[in-house]
Unconditional design. Sequence first.
Length: 121
Amino acid sequence: MKHAITIITMLLAVAPVTVRAQTTPETGKEIFEQMCAGCHGTYGNGQEGTKAGFVPRIATLANKEYMDSVPDDYVAMIIKKGGAYMGKIAAMPAWEHKFNDEQVASLVAHIRTLTNSAEKH
Ligand code: HEC
């Protein structure tokens, strides 16, 4: 019984943190999964996690050969300025007013992990 109370107390203590994380995504992974996956897919391969009917399927973020060919500066720049500015499909929004440099760097770091994890999905 004492244990049950301890566990409930712990859950209550953790709950507000979890709620905050959902409303204000902080890390690149959280931001990506909430705001980017709808078009890019949870794993950057344009598959799972994409909004129903979003075309085209954008698979570049999980394409190792392609991602190895583009520097971090380019990835950060297209996140800030959007697709049209960089000569890509204009459906990619510009995020520079939404995210600070730290968040963009965190997004770039998360995107860099997708080329490794994509093979598993
Ligand atoms: C409304 C759909 C949409 C959303 C939301 C979106 N993107 Fe994109 N993104 C695109 C499209 C379309 C392209 C261009 C693909 C192309 O031209 O091949 C793109 C391109 C990119 C590229 C460059 C990839 C390449 O092929 O060179 C990066 C990096 C990127 N997006 C990151 C993000 C990040 C990070 C977010 C979330 C903060 C995000 N995107 C949200 C649609 C979207």
